[in-house]
Ligand binder design. Sequence first.
Ligand SMILES: Nc1nc2c(c(=O)[nH]1)N[C@H]1C(S)=C(S)[C@@H](COP(=O)(O)O)O[C@H]1N2
Ligand SMILES: [Mo]
Length: 310
Amino acid sequence: MQDTTTPHGLYVNRRRFFQLSAALTAGTAFGLDSPAAGALDEKYLEALEALECAPDLTLPQETLTPFKNIVRYNNYYEFSPDKKAPAILAQALDTSDWHIDIGGLVKQPLRLSVAPLLARALVHRQYRLRCVEGWSMVIPWCGIPLHTILSQVDATPEARYIKFTGTYEPEAMIGQRRNALDWPYIEGLRLDEARNPLTLLALGLYDKALTKQNGAPLRLVVPWKYGFKSIKAIKKIEFVHEQPVTTWMKKAPAEYGFYANVNPSVPHPRWSQRREVRIGEVKKRRTEMFNGYAQYVEHMYEGMSLSDHF
Ligand SMILES: Nc1nc2c(c(=O)[nH]1)N[C@H]1C(S)=C(S)[C@@H](COP(=O)(O)O)O[C@H]1N2
Ligand SMILES: [Mo]
C-alpha cells in the first residue's frame, strides 16, 4: 500500500526528511530567526484578516477538514517537501504589497494590487482537494472566480492557454536554494478550463485571509484536478499560445501530465488512484471521477481520451 506521506518526486533523501520532521517536532527553526512556536500560535491564526465571503454556487456539502489540519499539513516545495515544515518556514515570506501581472497575448497588460482585492465581496466555495499522493481534504475557500479577472483584459485570438508563474525569492523560500524542482513553480490551464466557473483565485479559507503555508496572498484552486495544479503565491498570469511546460511535467513527464484531471481509473505509475484518505480519517474512500465535479467540467473533455491525458 502506498505511504500517503511520500512526496511526488523521487529525489527526497529519506534520512534528511526524517531529520527535518524530528527538528520540527522539537521546534527548531532551521536557522530562521522567527520563533518556530510563534508561527502557529493562536494569536497568529486570529490575527488573519477577516474576509466577507458568500456562497454563489450550490456545491456538494460534506464535513469540512478542520482548520488546524488545513494549516498544518501542506505541500509547498519552495519551502520543503515535508508536510509539517511549510507551516513554520513559510512565515519568512513577505506577502504585503503584493501585485500580480496579467499579460502575455493581450491588448493591454494589467497590474493588480492584492490588498484591494481582499476588501471585495468574495465568493465562498467549499471544495475537495485531492492530492496526487492519495490524500484529500474539504476546504472552505474564499476568493474570486478566475474568469472575472481574465475578462478584465482583451486576449488576442492566438491565446489558447493560461500560464501561471509562482514567486522566486530564494532568500525567503529556502527550498528554492536547492534545484529539486525548476523554479519558479509553473502551472497552466487550457483557456476554457481557466474560464470554467469552478476555477477560483483563492484569497482566503475559513473566512480569513490565506495563511502563508496555504499560498498567501493568492493561489489558484482547480478542484477537479490533482492538487499540484493549484499553484500557490502567484505573481504572473499570462495568456499564451503553446501549452505551458509545468513544473511537475518537467520534473517527471511520465508521472505528471498537463491535464491531471482526477481519475480513479488511471493509476499513477507507482500507485493506484482508486482510493484516497481524507486527512483526519482512517478508512479510505473511493476517489471520484473529476473529484466529484463531473457535472461542471466533463463537457470540456468530450471526444478526448482521458486515459491518455493523465
Ligand atoms: N507554488 C506551489 N504551489 C503548490 C505546491 C507547491 O509545492 N508550490 N504544491 C501543490 C500540491 S502538490 C498540493 S497537493 C497543494 C496543497 O495545498 P495546501 O497545502 O493548501 O493543502 O498545493 C499545490 N500548489
Ligand atoms: Mo499534491
